[in-house]
Design a protein around this ligand. Sequence first.
Ligand SMILES: [Zn+2]
Length: 848
Amino acid sequence: MIINNKKFRISFLYLLLLIVVGIFVFRLAQLQIVQGDQYADLAQNKMVQKIINPAPRGEILSADGERLAKNRIGYSVELIYANMEDGKRNTVLLELYQLLEENEEEFADDFPIVIENNAFAFTFDREEREWKKENEIPQEATAAEAIALLRDRYNVKEEVNNQVAIEAIENVHLDSTLPIRITEGDAVYTFRTNERSWKESYGFQEEELDFSPEQSFEKIRESFQIDESYSDEEARNIMVFRQLIKDQGFRSWEPVEIVEDIDLKTVLEIDSRIHTLPGISVKAKPIREYPYGSMASHILGYMGKVGEADVEEGYQMNSVKGISGIESAFEEYLKGQDGESLTVTDYLGRPQDDEYNEETNEAIPGSDLYLTIDLKLQQAAEKALKEQLDAIQKPGNAPNAESGAAVVMDVNTGAVLAMASYPAYDPNLFATGISTEDWNRLNVTVDDPLYPRPLFNNATLTALQPGSTFKPFMSIAGLEEGAITRSSTIYCGGVHSVFTQFSCLGRHGNETVVDAIRDSCNVFFYETGYRLGVDKLEEYARRFGLGQRTGLEISESRGYLATRTDKKQVWTYSLSDYIRYTIGITGIGTIINDEGEEQQVYQSYAIAKEVFEEVDESYSGYGEVYRKVAEIMEEHNVKETTYLHRITDYVLAGRWVATDTINASIGQGGNSMTPIQLASYISTLVNGGKRYEAHLVDHVVDYQGNTIYKNESNLLEEMDFDQRNVDAIKEGMRQVTTRSTGAYAFRGFDHANIGVGGKTGTAQYGGDRVDNTAWFVSFAPFDEPEIAVVSMIVQGRTSSNAVPVARQIMDAYFGLGDYSQEKEIEADLSEDEETQGIQNNQNELIGE
Ligand SMILES: [Zn+2]
């Protein structure tokens, strides 16, 4: 039924597109002269041209059939230089400029000379002034002085040369490119090299390279024969388009796109002036549209202009492709295949229908994608996350909580039913090429992983310590391995009996696993981890997919697992940075990777890896390790004792110790996980041990209605847990939502008929500067779980701040509360109860 409807819709859209293309075909762009002879024979005013009929891109639909990404018809203005009459080009360009300006159409202005208060100025100078101001560099500073200042500011060691210093500052401190380059030993601003290459592109001679903005302007004005009848402003407007033509790799017979997605009113005006605008044409083409704006933006992704490499692979110039998210991951399915036809036209590009018109290739529309995402649930998840962030961003609560995520997963298939990340962005901004202003606003390059970044998918890319949400995992590993039993107890006297530096937030006395989950008793889980040992812990974590990608179709971070292997890996990276940026060993080296193949890496990384492999745990004691380090480093000509001592420190710090196991047992230490990973882990736990590949795309249907891709819910791991063990953990998690840290947010939930289990987690990010991460993992219904819901708030301070997000999502899924059809009027809580609840929540600190 759905498929039939869609088939109709596709053909309708396709037909509409063809009709519109038909209307404007006499000014169609993407024209290429197939027969050069005929081009030369312009006197006859006839030529055969190849016309590209763009294929409509496939749509992206939610599981319930709502269109999340579709196409609409847009119009762009194109210009074919060869079709413009000699001597009239400037008039035409100026007329077009004025027409577009009057109609308030926005187009790129990259001409680098501007007229401000009747004076000419280079934008290069303006950019230099602004960069210096933003970076607190004195305006008069030379490039060499600027580097010296930055080296000092970022504490770059003296022995490092300027080239390495620039790389270090860019990669380590700024995460962006410095406008300074080293050329033949001298530091120069790229503003200056850009000015120079721009002048060279206009044929400036050596002695003209220091021309002022005004001199440069006059020279270019002359070369384009823009005579004195034009004012300076008018001359500049003409140059804006001249620059655009130059930038697009101008060849006289290829169309240059001047402006995209103009109003219909502008289209009609250009149409009415076609005789005074030879060479200018309007092209109809499908433009991506996201009817729900920023909703699900991190899932859908965004589009961007194709690059030169794409054109070589068969994309049309000026076309777009998926850059991120599903738009990128399923590009091959979505893009379809453009059609072509050959048409005889006159010199204005008007087809002569009576003569020759042959369609050589029909356009094949792209295929439609059906996501596993449920529109209503997605909306509810985004609303819940946003509302909670707004509610807690207050002094005394969580003033720095500005980003977060929520994931809903089908525990029996791995299908993602909703995935929210905040802040979000509107992918419509990218549909026709994003403006620099919008890009700078969205593409945050602040040197801080916790800074809210709209383009960043927190649900799949933000990996943080899971804190106590790790405890149900510890429980199943401990129970299955016999380190603990369902009835055995561990005594909590406030600290661990052997490693007394590890404490609990309470003195819980004798606790069973159910009690320990409910009370989030640290001592219970320290002891469980201690009995299990790091190797068993690692084995279970791997089988649960922790510290690994879940297999989602869009990009995700694998996070880190606190294991011997990962700890060594982390310290190998750190040592590599030290060798590269402090010792100053750059260049490329080779390693043998895990697959036994040679792989090119930074030389510093190759050395770091060698050090960690050679100096294994058979070398014990500082002296023994130091001597081996010295022996290895001598081969790389590093003999300074300061360096050797520091490398020895790295090697020792990278070794696994018993306290690492204790720390890892409550989800601290080297553990960092993404929300999607935790959703997958909870699903695996409550379904009895089946780990499914996480996925967002259910199936793909081509334009003829055939299903050409279907996700079969891949089973990645099957552990077959003892159901009684799973039930005990579920019971502990139920008590969290009825009697403990989750109870306040779940008051009034249908505990009797639906039932819910959860676990809160508050995790330190490191340092006092940053507030704790708030986590909540949960599942429902209790008896036969269908969904796992995970919420995470970066700098949410306390886990109770994450619980209400999951509660609202559960309500939406089960049609309760605000989401109930016949909304029940809930009795207001009395003030006493409210205060009581808040106090309960504030008892929870790190580890609970
Ligand atoms: Zn305890």
